[in-house]
Write a new protein. Structure first.
Length: 321
């Protein structure tokens, strides 16, 4: 989440006219994240989240996200529920951009996770995967590893000190694509389960937010994304893999849904691909985000370190022992 598009009382008045919800009386921009503009809206008795879609989200794909969150609520997966406007649609236009309002999810993200948290997250991911396997929706993963060539080619390595980094990236990307698995169990995944998208209340998992990278992909790729995002510790400015967290994440998942032998064999290459995906997007955002944007830029060097660590691992067992 972030703030690219600024709104005022005129837009709030428009929202109050379009939606049959309690009258919105205040609003505040949310800085976290990097993809869309988000505001916390408050009425006398309720809270909502306004999302204005920016950048990588295609307007024609937004109904997928709305229907997915709506149906996940029907399967008792705790996530924001999109609210239909008076016309029966999820979307409105704000400053010529598509926007929606979703229910407010109680709880908040944690600054750091413990192993028990990772176990609960693993269970929740498996429950979500079992639910999405029953949902008849489809979206191609626009940020899949096999689709990252244009992003890599768009990054400008502006000085000589970046020559080695460019060579490293292109060599790693070529190797990852060559070894990428051809057939694994798949379905709809969240695709962006970072610590700030996972909410806790009274130290218990309360739900997940931000489904705007959800797509059909390998279930195990979700686990790889989570290992990168949740199972590393930063010690003295260096990221180190936490195998206890990985063990608990996978144990939680397998408590609900078993992981196949082929999925386990593919874990290393999936982790490398996930690290590459976020390294590239962060590099791009680091060099292309407008200075006027009210946003916290994420450091791409984090995912360089993680990619190097994955490059030095091989088997599934390497992640557990």
């Amino acid at each position: 989440m972030a703030v690219y598009t600024k709104i005022n009382n005129k837009e709030i008045s428009f929202i109050n006219k379009k939606f049959e919800v309690d009258r919105i009386i205040s609003f505040k921009g949310i800085k976290q994240g990097i993809e869309n503009t988000n505001y916390l809206l408050k009425s006398k008795n309720n809270k909502f989240i306004l999302t204005i879609f920016e950048k990588r989200v295609s307007r024609k794909e937004i109904p997928f996200f709305m229907k997915l969150m709506d149906q996940l609520n029907n399967y008792k997966i705790n996530c924001p529920k999109p609210i239909k406007n008076r016309d029966g649609n999820y979307l409105i236009k704000i400053k010529n951009k598509s926007a929606c309002i979703v229910s407010f999810l109680n709880g908040k993200d944690k600054k750091s996770l413990n192993s028990k948290n990772c176990y609960e997250i693993g269970k929740m991911i498996a429950q979500m995967h079992l639910s999405t396997s029953k949902i008849n929706l489809h979206r191609k993963n626009s940020m899949a590893v096999t689709n990252l060539n244009p992003l890599l080619n768009s990054i400008k390595f502006k000085s000589k000190k970046f020559i080695n980094l460019e060579k490293f990236l292109k060599h790693s990307f070529k190797d990852i694509k060559k070894k990428w698995p051809k057939k694994l169990p798949k379905g709809i995944i969240h695709g962006d389960l970072f610590i700030d998208n996972i909410f806790f209340k009274n130290n218990k998992l309360s739900g997940i937010i931000d489904f705007y990278f959800a797509a059909n992909d390998y279930f195990m790729y979700e686990i790889a994304i989570c290992i990168n995002a949740l199972c590393f510790d930063k010690i003295n400015k260096k990221f180190q893999i936490n195998k206890q967290k990985i063990r608990n994440l996978i144990r939680g998942y397998e408590n609900i849904k078993k992981i196949s032998t082929n999925e386990k064999k593919s874990l290393n290459i999936l982790c490398r691909g996930a690290a590459m995906r976020y390294f590239l997007t962060r590099l791009y955002d680091y060099t292309n985000t407008p200075k006027t944007a009210l946003i916290k830029i994420k450091d791409p060097r984090e995912y360089y370190q993680k990619l190097v660590i994955h490059n030095n691992l091989r088997s599934y067992k390497d992640y557990l022992k």
